[in-house]
Design a protein around this ligand. Sequence first.
Ligand SMILES: [Zn+2]
Length: 256
Amino acid sequence: MRTITLSAGQVHMGSLIIVNRDHQCPELLQEMEPLRKTHLQMEGTSSIRLLRRAAVLFTGLMDEIGGWEQIIPVSGYRTLKEQTSIWEDSLAKNGQAFTDAYVAFPGHSEHQTGLALDLGVKSDSIDFLCPDFPDTGICLTFRERAPEYGFIRRYPAGKESVTGIGHEPWHFRYVGTPHGEIMEREKLTLEEYLLFLRNFPYGKRPFLFTKGERQISVSWKKADKNGTTQISVSSRLPYAVSGDNIDGFIITEWRG
Ligand SMILES: [Zn+2]
């Protein structure tokens, strides 16, 4: 085993950070992370930015299902300035009710994390805010395979009061594996999943997920008040740590 020391700032970093009306996109991320963003260039049609790991997994999924001919990424990473101008434009054109339902308030958009993207089915006219992404054909295939690659439908129908955002079938969020599959299976939004994980304290009673031959444990640890948090992990098996952007860490450990 080896000991890992996590800084207070790491609470606001990682693929499971929550950004919604109650939790802002970390300023640290807004300022520093763009350096690590990957430009995703699609043949002459569109170009978006995503955090490197999300871009790699998205590309892998699109290659696997042969999605490039028909699916187009409409929007990825946005700076605070870009989110502000999208919000102001929507307010002027579409009014308050529509904007509240479909456009996150500047500083509170998942698009500012570089972990979210909007997808549309290719057509002559694509609606930038609400692209068409039906539950049929290649879009359905993408939706069904997405959790394996760590992507979730972030704003499903029926969970509007939990997410604070209207049903957005076009918006996907990278949360990493195996979290996408767990959330899909348990029908949990990111808000609900982070609450759920608090029932599985690190070092005591982890949540266990079986994938093929392997068992993966997921647990949550509250960040220490003194500024650094220590965990001990296997020195030979993979693990991942993400902040929740609230007050703790999600620790994922692959077991033998
Ligand atoms: Zn979106």
